[in-house]
Design a protein around this ligand. Structure first.
Ligand code: ATP
Length: 193
């Protein structure tokens, strides 16, 4: 999977629609202090399903919406899209949108999907909102100080097997529900005998 283009509207300082074409070889973004470099990386993590406002330097998730300046009013929504090249499966565009008072919604190629679907799509390609490949300020220190279980999680994300854990948990939940149903059925049959 390759990231091709990141499109932002109303996300943090990117009040006007903006596009970042991600050409092969791009490894970093440079610019003056406060120009929005970290906001770009946060937009990338956000569209991949980041659920913690704190890790996006906010108090609540709506803090990602352009908050206004002395000369510009605040916006009511933020939207970020990521165009993906999925090799033989072709291109796909993942979009996340948040509206004040209405929370987040996700789409893949215009179809409504769940946050979990988006997280799995990226996890299967060994990436995602918590990918160790996205190195934000303070992240290196956090990796060094990580506990063994956290470090193992980072390695599993890098190896692309994080999605398997989510699927195993789902399968176990379904199995338990089926076992409970079978037990109930046995009891009902027993009552009838
Ligand atoms: P540095 O090099 O200092 O780390 P940077 O280029 O990474 O800076 P960012 O931290 O991405 O810059 O951007 C900071 C700017 O984004 C600040 O001017 C801040 O006011 C603005 N900003 C953050 N959130 C919002 C928001 N919700 N609405 C409007 N502006 C915002």
């Amino acid at each position: 999977m390759r990231f091709r283009r990141l499109s932002l509207t109303g996300f943090k300082s990117f009040v006007e629609p903006a596009e970042l074409r991600i050409e092969p070889g791009l490894t970093g973004v440079v610019g003056p202090n406060g120009c929005g470099k970290s906001n770009l990386l946060e937009a990338l993590r956000w569209v991949m399903g980041e659920g913690s406002p704190k890790s996006l330097r906010g108090g609540g998730m709506e803090d990602v919406i352009f908050a206004g300046t002395a000369s510009r009013p605040a916006r009511d929504f933020a939207e970020v899209s990521l165009l993906l090249d999925r090799g033989p499966e072709g291109e796909a565009e993942v979009t996340r949108r948040i509206e004040r008072g209405a929370g987040s919604a996700y789409r893949v190629d215009g179809r409504d999907v769940r946050q979990k679907d988006v997280a799995l799509l990226f996890a299967d390609a060994a990436t995602g909102a918590h990918s160790p490949a996205l190195v934000s300020q303070g992240r290196i220190g956090a990796m060094i100080a990580a506990r063994p279980a956290e470090r193992r999680q980072m390695l599993e994300e890098a190896a692309g097997i994080a999605g398997l854990h989510v699927r195993r948990k789902d399968a176990e939940t379904r199995l338990r529900a089926t076992e409970a149903n079978l037990q109930r059925l046995d009891e009902l049959l027993g009552d009838q005998e």
